[in-house]
Design a protein around this ligand. Structure first.
Ligand code: URA
Length: 190
């Protein structure tokens, strides 16, 4: 099913498909360029995001923004979204049925943006996009192509804040993303 951005954002704004709709302050649909070459997908809104209705605006978001800038891009040129659009209570991971109810929105966002590369930030994003067989620690840094889109698992920025030793590998992953975007842009322009 193809929907317009207006239809999609209106459905998300009024969504009551799962229990998270009852406890949210604001929906957090996602933000950024609708023609982004790079999309980044996290788990779900935390307290700051729920407050502001924007993804990745807390400490993890600041780190994410710095990583995007470190590969020579601007945050506003990317599209940033989450598996679930409403905050799970006490920042727990989304339950399987909550993610299931919300995933059609994420799929519609990917279909509208048509990114070249998607960075999957942490286990929840990896599990609900690539599938249960994937593990961040084992599969990070490697691209998996799905329908012409290159998907790269890496650590969630909140994990980098908890464990400094993850920063180096995550930086390597972001550099690989930068290089892949460069190659893909080159091959598109010939
Ligand atoms: N963590 C996420 O996974 N998403 C956000 O938007 C913020 C923190």
């Amino acid at each position: 099913m193809t929907v317009s951005w207006e239809e999609l954002l209106a459905s998300i704004a009024s969504c009551e498909r799962c229990r998270l709709g009852a406890s949210r302050r604001n929906v957090v649909p996602g933000e950024g360029s609708v023609s982004a070459k790079l999309m980044l997908i996290g788990e779900g809104p935390g307290a700051n995001e729920d407050e502001q209705g924007r993804p990745f605006v807390g400490a993890a978001g600041e780190l994410l923004t710095r990583m995007i800038e470190a590969i020579g891009m601007r945050r506003e040129d990317c599209y940033i979204a989450n598996v679930v659009k409403c905050r799970p209570p006490r920042n727990r991971a989304p339950e399987a049925d909550e993610a299931e109810a919300c995933l059609p929105y994420l799929r519609a966002q990917v279909a509208l943006v048509k990114p070249m590369v998607i960075v999957l930030l942490g286990a929840t994003a990896v599990r609900h996009t690539l599938g249960e067989g994937f593990r961040v620690t084992r599969d990070r840094g490697r691209f998996t192509e799905r329908a012409g889109v290159f998907m790269m698992p890496t650590f969630h920025p909140a994990a980098l804040l908890r464990d400094e030793s993850k920063k180096r590998p995550a930086w390597e992953d972001f550099k690989a993303v930068r290089d892949r975007l460069y190659l893909l842009s080159q091959s598109q322009s010939v």
